[in-house]
Write a protein that binds this ligand. Sequence first.
Ligand code: 3HC
Length: 294
Amino acid sequence: MTDISRILVVGSGAMGSQIGMVCALSGYEVRVQDISTDSLDRAEAQLHSRIDRNVEKGRLSAEERDAAFARMTFTTDLAEAAKDVDFVIEAAVEKLDIKRELFARLDELCPEHAILTSNSSSFVPSRIADATGRPDRVCNMHFFNPALVMKCVEVVRGEQTSDATIEATVELTKSLGKLPVLLEKEINGFVANRILTEIRREALFLVDGGYASVEAVDIACKSALGHPMGPFELQDLTGLDIGYYAAMGRFADSGDPADKPAESLAKRVEAGHLGRKAGRGWYVYDESGNRVGV
Ligand code: 3HC
């Protein structure tokens, strides 16, 4: 079994930064790497304010918080960050060519024993694994947003993933206090996002057809079905671009018009209305992230 103590997280967006923090809070030495210093600075600041709240609420001591941050390094230097890691979680942009290039580079830079995983929900492991010389040590490790809170992590076995890689990834997931959901063979979207996609498709059908407003659909999902958030609120949290690119990927694979992203979603993505991170998605947000309108 791979002994894991050093973890590299590639990408410092909402997912990458919180995944890094989850690992650091569980005692791992973590490097968070990004090509953008702005994104790294933002990630560090946001993590501090999130984790400070946990200290204020008495869930974490100030010493535990400081120790977790001391285990984290934020860097733009991929070669330096990768050179002695045991495990990689890639949480970069959901574009296949970029991921394949990145995995080829990680394969060169990381030690031979290191396991390379992707947080992607759009691309199954075998789309990425053959960009490396170690396809047996590649799988998906898919966290949910917000990663500091959501317990589920989907661990996805690719066509060439070894049992040892799956075992190590499942064990790591448990050691992070998360619940592993194992996919024994790959399928686009895995479990949770496939179900969510159907809910979103129906929600958009109702809004685009003029049957109900965005707010009405969200209220129904929460108050009738007990969902913690409506599908539009949730898409604002996860990023409209993430859903859009995932749908584009499915459409490119299947050619099925039902997989094509809805026009109303495409228009918002083109306009840069990507959700909370952009101050506007299906709803409008103020600078503190409070919802102020539709
Ligand atoms: N980041 C980190 N922590 C957050 C957060 C965020 N963006 N938003 C809320 N939280 C924390 C809060 O700090 C709070 O923690 P505390 O109890 O320690 O104070 C806790 O979550 C609860 O927050 P709130 O009381 O403000 O609000 P809610 O009770 O509504 O909970 C929620 C917020 C946990 C986000 C809840 O609404 C929820 O579970 N929503 C659904 C989330 C979901 O479905 N995620 C999956 C998305 S799909 C996905 O990620 C797949 C990917 O491939 C796109």
